[in-house]
Design a protein around this ligand. Structure first.
Ligand code: HXC
Ligand code: NAP
Length: 265
């Protein structure tokens, strides 16, 4: 666990910060002293979470934002600057997902997910990055991806394709914006227990059981585990790390060898 004060007075925007992994990241950043901006479409997701953090002493702004809309993303950054006078960290955590075979996926279904995950990540990175460049203080961009960005994702072609683009974006910005003291990294979680993922992707007990068998470590991950890694990557402890994608998935994506040990239960 990083010591309290590690992110003291850093201002962090977390998209999708009202639920699941995003809320866990917000909670950990708050513990470490950051000022927080939670952004997503639904005030019903944002407000109760912001209240919980405030009750723990955190300074939190909630801004309803659809990351698919560049004007709303610009407004998010402006409101952040108006309230806190700075912007140091952006976590691109918002996502949409559902399981659908490629041949049944409509154009709207494809666009719904790609616009959130790929375009939304660019709109937010662009708007936040311009502010970080202008301030001269640099900053950190952290993207949440998934390992099907490089394995492909049968049943989730929209999300897998978009996450692959986000990995490329992570590495591109790491190089382009290093001169501005902006670091760009990503975390690739395996299955993590959240209502968004579990509820959409492994709601049926037999699907969950089969999915668990693909994880050599033998369990589902916890949002707090992702939050600890996120805090490290945006902190000064990771000052020489940029363009990295940290996989934390209990060995899931590696467990595909022909002669590997199979987990039976
Ligand atoms: C087929 C579907 C569908 C489904 C929606 N669509 N759900 N098609 N199967 N289950 C289609 C619709 O029919 C429509 O196309 C188009 O997608 C847009 O649907 P809307 O409901 O209008 O979209 P919208 O309200 O914008 O909602 C976006 C969403 C929704 C992505 C569809 O699921 C959402 O808001 N998700 C946010 C939360 C979430 O998904 N969290 C999971 C993150 S977990 P037509 O053609 O009919 O108009 C994650 C895990 C990664 O990413 C890896 C795990 C290992
Ligand atoms: P989640 O709770 O459903 O989180 C998704 C968040 O995105 C929600 O807070 C949602 O809030 C927000 N969001 C969706 N569309 C948005 C939009 N257009 N604009 C702004 N915000 C939007 O699921 P999660 O499991 O915590 O996922 C968090 C991240 O981890 C995602 O990037 C996901 O792909 C990644 N991930 C998760 C897992 C897993 O197993 N859980 C595995 C790998 C990667 P609103 O509905 O209020 O907009």
């Amino acid at each position: 666990m990083l010591p309290k004060g590690t992110l003291k007075d850093r201002v962090a925007i977390i998209t999708g910060g009202g639920t699941g992994i995003g809320f866990a990241i917000a909670t950990e950043f708050a513990r470490l002293g950051a000022k927080l901006v939670l952004a997503s479409r639904s005030a019903e997701h944002l407000e109760p979470s912001a209240e919980k953090l405030r009750a723990q002493g955190a300074d939190v702004l909630a801004v309803t934002t659809d990351v698919r809309e560049p004007a709303q993303v610009d407004r998010l950054c402006q409101e952040t600057l108006r309230r806190f006078g700075a912007l140091d960290i952006l976590v691109n955590n918002a996502a949409g997902n559902f399981v659908c075979p490629a041949e049944k996926l409509s154009v709207n279904g494809w666009n719904a997910v790609v616009n959130i995950v790929l375009n939304g990540t660019f709109y937010c990175s662009r708007a936040a990055g311009l502010e970080m460049i202008k301030s001269g203080r640099g900053g950190n961009i952290l993207n949440i991806v998934a390992a099907y960005a490089w394995t492909g994702g049968p049943g989730t072609i929209h999300s897998a394709s978009a996450k692959a683009g986000v990995v490329a974006m992570t590495r591109t910005l790491a190089v382009e914006w290093a001169r501005y003291k902006i670091r760009s990294n990503a975390i690739s979680p395996g299955p993590v227990e959240t209502s968004g993922a579990g509820g959409q992707l492994w709601a049926a007990p037999e699907v969950r059981e089969a999915m668990l068998k693909t994880v050599p470590r033998g369990r589902i991950g916890r949002p707090e585990e992702v939050a600890h890694a996120a805090a490290y990557l945006v902190s000064d402890y990771a000052d020489f790390i940029t363009g990295e994608v940290l996989v934390m998935d209990g060995g899931q994506w590696l467990g595909k060898g022909m002669f590997g040990v199979k987990r039976e239960s």
